[in-house]
Design a protein around this ligand. Structure first.
Ligand SMILES: [Zn+2]
Length: 328
């Protein structure tokens, strides 16, 4: 009898603990503000080793250029091989990491992603040169309501300053419609001017080049993509003078040496801008790049839990005027 009572008691306890088992909790939300929605180009579908720019040897114009990316490491990231594979991988990663993305690029791909995951994709549209589209066409696109962000704007690759007057009408439209703008400033990898973009100028990534644009458009909300790397002094001075300017960590977070990345990020936080740093990947074709880049923030032992949450989520909610309650 006693054994029976004990057994019943045990079953009861087991029953209670089973009833209390909750469904697995979702990870805390992440917002990636810098995702490229690209068509897969089989010619560019190559493996890549993160942090590959730890070695930038000089070349010779009379010899063949070294590959822009490097695939000689133990476990290179694999590219998606088709648009379908890419879409499936991006959707699955967003679900797994509880991640929302701000994405721009190929309009068809973007619309497909948005349709498949309407709550996780915030579409953006970029203009980098007046040749891309007219101001009217751009304004019409923004007014359609599909696009919530202007980006990636990359005049540096066109040999233009972001304050060049030929771009002013586009920024005026974004300012009027309350659309935040992401502008590429800074790095382009090793030998950008030699390999793909003859018009690219390192000097056109100087954060101070944004000052005239900001002065002309006092209500424009700008985030400086790639955090103006490596021009930390100008970046800090610009953010000090312009209270609405934020930065993202995209691109350099997975390409430059990790010590260098952490020194730059630490300096931004140390200078008082921990609330104005946005997490971004610069995702292109390697699905595992999301996790590889997030791990850089998670492993930053000089950041508190709250500072990491600010970078991965809270700062983007504030900058893009999102509703935090929708991300639970
Ligand atoms: Zn960029």
């Amino acid at each position: 009898m006693r054994a029976f009572i004990l057994t019943v008691a045990c079953l009861f306890v087991v029953g209670i603990s089973l009833a209390q088992t909750e469904p697995p909790r979702r990870p805390l939300p992440i917002i990636d503000v810098h995702v490229h929605a690209m068509k897969v180009n089989p010619g560019f579908a190559i493996e890549m080793c993160p942090w590959f720019l730890k070695d930038m040897p000089g070349g010779d114009p009379n010899q063949q250029m070294r590959a822009f990316l490097n695939a000689s490491c133990v476990d290179p990231l694999q590219p998606a091989k088709s648009d379908q594979e890419m879409e499936a991988a991006v959707l699955a990663t967003m679900e797994r990491l509880n991640m929302t993305i701000i994405a721009y690029g190929d309009p068809q791909i973007l619309r497909r992603w948005k349709k498949a995951a309407p709550d996780r994709v915030i579409p953006g549209i970029g203009v980098s040169s007046p040749k891309d589209m007219t101001v009217q066409a751009f304004t019409d696109s923004l007014s359609s309501g599909f696009y919530k962000v202007m980006g990636e704007v990359a005049p540096q690759y066109q040999g233009l300053s972001p304050s060049d007057m030929s771009l002013d009408g586009y920024f005026a439209a974004a300012e009027k419609l309350n659309i935040p703008v992401g502008i590429h400033m800074g790095t382009g990898g090793n030998g950008m001017a030699n390999i793909t973009s003859a018009k690219y100028r390192a000097s056109l990534g100087r954060p101070f080049l944004l000052e005239d644009l900001l002065a002309r458009h006092p209500k424009l909300k700008i985030w400086v993509m790639h955090a103006g790397y490596p021009m930390i002094e100008e970046m800090i001075a610009l953010m000090g003078a312009n209270a609405y300017v934020y930065v993202d960590l995209a691109g350099f977070i997975w390409s430059y040496p990790q010590e260098e990345i952490h020194a730059y990020l630490k300096r931004l936080v140390q200078a008082g801008f921990g609330k104005r740093i946005l997490y971004g990947t610069d995702f292109m074709i390697w699905p595992k790049l999301f996790e590889a880049s997030i791990s850089v923030i998670e492993n930053a032992d000089y950041l508190s839990f709250e500072q990491k949450r600010d970078i991965l989520f809270n700062n983007a909610v504030r900058f893009f005027r999102l509703d935090a309650s929708k991300f639970k």
